[in-house]
Write a protein that binds this ligand. Structure first.
Ligand SMILES: [Zn+2]
Ligand SMILES: [Zn+2]
Length: 292
């Protein structure tokens, strides 16, 4: 006999919470709305939803599009040969089907691609995913700021945040994760738009099953540079720990956030571009300079 949903008699598709297809949707949408509800007057704000074409971002954009919001989509083409053009096509079709405005920017407009820094990652003493993450954060903020958006929405999920926490602990650097919350507020004077992370409490597996069961199109390929990526390995281990000790991810993120030290000095702004930077030149400008 198949297991029944804990709220109704339908078959379970998400065993972790014993939920059927309808109640899994309710479970996710409730979590998303809880985060969105933190921003008062959200309907009047201009919102930019970043979409990579993966299961999390298209699933989240689908939920957001059902709300009455002033939102547009942003796709960043990173110039990854086996990944970027295919995922861009998924996003274009997705936006067209839902009549959503899609903005597309390309990393190559700045004179380099992910392939370029992948080939020089030794020289940068950093891995490709970390460099790529910096470039994304920078360009999302720059585009949003220059185009008058109040908030950027990203689809990082609970497993992502738990992995960031482990990465922070393992490197002894809690700066990033301790500042990460489901909502960060805009700081116009620092040229920083706000961030909303509606999947903050949504487990990765729930997001995957949601997108599959609601027939939301997404790009399934992996980035070719992901191999040997520490974060990917950590994410697998985090999922294993969650199975052994349910609630692990949620608690880890909570404890890590609490252990961060408050910022005492205001961030500087980059000498070349004017966007926030811990030192004279921001990481994006340094990458750009070195690859020139
Ligand atoms: Zn049900
Ligand atoms: Zn800069």
């Amino acid at each position: 006999m198949s297991i029944k949903c804990r709220f109704c008699r339908k078959a379970v598709i998400y065993p972790e919470q014993r939920l059927c297809v309808d109640h899994l949707s309710k479970f996710i949408e409730k979590r998303v709305d809880k985060v969105l509800g933190k921003v008062l007057g959200l309907e009047e704000k201009k919102i930019l939803v970043t979409v990579s074409g993966g299961k999390d971002s298209t699933g989240l954009a689908h939920i957001m599009a059902l709300r009455d919001l002033n939102m547009e989509l942003l796709y960043l083409n990173l110039g990854i040969p086996t990944y970027s053009d295919a995922s861009q096509k998924v996003v274009e079709d997705f936006a067209k089907a839902r009549k959503l405005k899609l903005n597309i920017i390309t990393l190559n407009d700045y004179g380099f691609t992910v392939k370029d820094f992948h080939e020089k990652q030794e020289e940068f003493r950093s891995n490709t995913c970390s460099l790529c993450g910096s470039a994304k954060r920078y360009l999302f903020n720059k585009f949003a700021f220059e185009n008058g958006f109040d908030f950027i929405v990203t689809a990082h999920n609970l497993d992502d945040f738990a992995s960031f926490a482990v990465m922070g602990i393992s490197s002894g650097d809690l700066r990033y994760i301790s500042k990460t919350a489901s909502v960060s507020w805009p700081k116009k004077e620092q040229k920083t738009v706000g961030r909303i992370r509606p999947y903050f409490h949504v487990p990765e597996k729930a997001s995957l099953i949601y997108s599959l069961s609601n027939n939301i199109p997404f790009f399934e390929g992996d980035c070719e540079y992901v191999g040997g990526n520490k974060q990917g390995d950590i994410k697998t281990r985090v999922a294993e720990l969650e199975r052994v000790a349910p609630g692990f991810r949620q608690h880890l993120v909570k404890f890590t956030r609490k252990s961060g030290t408050p910022e005492t000095t205001a961030p500087k702004s980059c000498d070349s571009c004017g966007y926030p930077s811990a030192i004279d030149s921001c990481r994006f400008c340094r990458i750009k300079e070195r690859l020139r």
